[in-house]
Design a protein. Structure first.
Length: 359
C-alpha cells in the first residue's frame, strides 16, 4: 500500500480508502440495494483491509449508512483507535443540526472522527452551509472543542467543490469521478487552488457498474493519476478487498482508455450520451443536464429501476423547457459539443417507453 498526505491536515492516508456502505445491514432508503453483513462479518472484512495497509475508513451517520458507523467504531476499538483514520459525514446543513449530528456520531463510534463532512451539499443548501451559523461554522466550533480534527465538504457539484477549496474553514473535500465521469476531476486538476486541500474521490466504480466493463486495476489507477489523496472504494467482501488493495501501486504508466475509448466499450451495449459530467452546461431553467445524462447511462448499464426513479422526477418538464429554449447556453458551454436538446428528448423517450412497457 502506498500513502499520500491529506492536503495540509498532516494526516497520511492510504491511497485506497474503505467505503463502508457494503458492510451495513438493512435497507437504506437512499441506496438502491440491500446489504446484509453481520457485525462479525463486517469486522472481518475491515480487518482484512487493515492488514493489507488500508488506514482510511469512510462512513456516515446512522441511519444514512445503516449501522456501518457503529460497526466502524467497534473495529476502531479492536485494532486501536490511533491506527486508523475515520472519515464521517451527515446530511445536515444548518449549524445546530450539524453540531448535534457530530455528537451523535461520536456516541455511535465510541470515539471522535478525524474528518467530518457536510454531506451531499447542493445548490439548494449551499447558502445555508457556507453562511453564518451554518454547517461549516458548526464544524469549526467542533474542531475547537476537539470533537473532530478536520472539517470536510462532500458534494457532487464542481462549483460547490471550488467554493469549498477557496474557504479556509474546509480542510478536506470529497467529490466523485471515474473513467467515464472524469469531467469534474479534469477541472480539479486544472485549478491550482485545490492543491491545498485533502481530496477524497468516491464513485470510482460508478455504483459498481464499471468493473463489468473495465478492470478494477484500470479504474483505480485512473483516478489515482489525478492530484487526489485517496480513492474510496465500497468494500463488502475479502475478495473485493484483495482486488482493490492488490493493484500494483508501483506502476506509474498513464496508458488509460481515453474518454472516447471508454465510450466505444459502452457502444457494444447501447448508444451512450458522450457526457463526461464536466458540469459546464448551465440550463436557464435549472435542469441538471449532466445528472439526467448520468442516469440515462446507469439505466443502460444495469441500474434500470434505480435510474428510472430518478429520471422520472421531472424529465417531462425538463424536456419541454429544452424544446422551448432558444438561447441554448448549455450547448455553447459544452466542450464535447453534445446536441443537448436532442439528447434530452432521447432521455424523455426512454422514460416514456419504459413506463408504457411496464403498465
Amino acid at each position: 500500500m502506498y500513502y499520500r498526505i491529506l492536503g495540509s491536515t498532516g494526516l497520511r492516508v492510504s491511497e485506497i480508502g474503505f467505503g463502508t456502505i457494503p458492510i451495513l445491514q438493512g435497507n437504506v432508503p437512499v441506496l438502491p440495494d440491500y446489504f446484509d453483513l453481520s457485525e462479525d462479518e463486517a469486522l472481518a472484512v475491515m480487518e482484512h483491509a487493515y492488514r493489507l495497509g488500508c488506514n482510511l475508513y469512510d462512513t456516515a451517520i446512522v441511519p444514512e449508512y445503516g449501522d456501518a458507523e457503529i460497526k466502524l467504531g467497534k473495529f476502531a476499538a479492536r485494532v486501536g483507535r490511533d491506527r486508523i483514520i475515520i472519515s464521517d459525514k451527515a446530511r445536515f446543513f444548518g449549524g445546530s443540526e450539524m453540531y448535534n449530528a457530530v455528537e451523535t456520531s461520536c456516541e455511535n463510534l465510541g470515539t471522535t472522527p478525524d474528518i467530518y463532512f457536510v454531506h451531499q451539499v447542493d445548490a439548494a443548501h449551499e447558502a445555508e452551509v457556507f453562511g453564518r451559523g451554518g454547517a461549516l461554522d458548526a464544524l469549526m466550533e467542533l474542531k475547537a472543542e476537539g470533537k473532530i480534527r478536520c472539517a470536510g465538504l462532500a458534494t457532487h457539484y464542481y462549483d460547490i467543490l471550488l467554493r469549498g477549496a477557496l474557504d479556509d474553514r474546509v480542510d478536506v473535500l470529497q467529490g466523485s469521478g471515474n473513467l467515464l465521469e472524469r469531467g469534474m476531476l479534469d477541472r480539479v486538476r486544472e485549478e491550482a487552488v485545490f492543491r491545498g486541500k485533502g481530496f477524497l474521490v468516491n464513485k470510482v466504480y460508478a455504483a459498481g457498474l464499471l468493473p463489468a466493463r473495465f478492470s478494477e486495476q484500470t479504474l483505480i489507477r485512473f483516478v489515482l493519476s489525478y492530484p487526489i489523496s485517496s480513492a474510496l472504494i465500497g468494500l463488502g467482501t475479502k475478495e473485493q478487498v484483495d482486488v482493490a488493495m492488490g493493484w500494483d501501486a508501483g506502476v506509474q504508466d498513464t496508458d488509460f482508455p481515453s474518454f472516447e475509448e471508454g465510450l466505444t466499450v459502452l457502444e457494444k451495449e447501447y448508444s451512450p450520451i458522450p457526457c463526461d459530467r464536466c458540469q459546464r452546461c448551465v440550463c436557464p431553467y435549472g435542469t441538471e443536464v449532466h445528472t439526467l445524462f448520468r442516469q440515462y447511462q446507469y439505466f443502460h448499464m444495469g441500474k434500470d429501476y434505480w435510474a428510472l426513479k430518478k429520471l422520472g422526477l421531472g424529465i417531462a418538464t425538463s424536456a419541454r423547457h429544452c424544446r422551448a429554449c432558444v438561447e441554448m447556453p448549455c450547448m455553447d458551454a459544452c466542450p464535447r459539443k453534445i446536441r443537448i436538446p436532442q439528447e434530452m428528448q432521447r432521455v424523455e423517450r426512454l422514460v416514456r417507453d419504459y413506463a408504457v412497457g411496464h403498465l
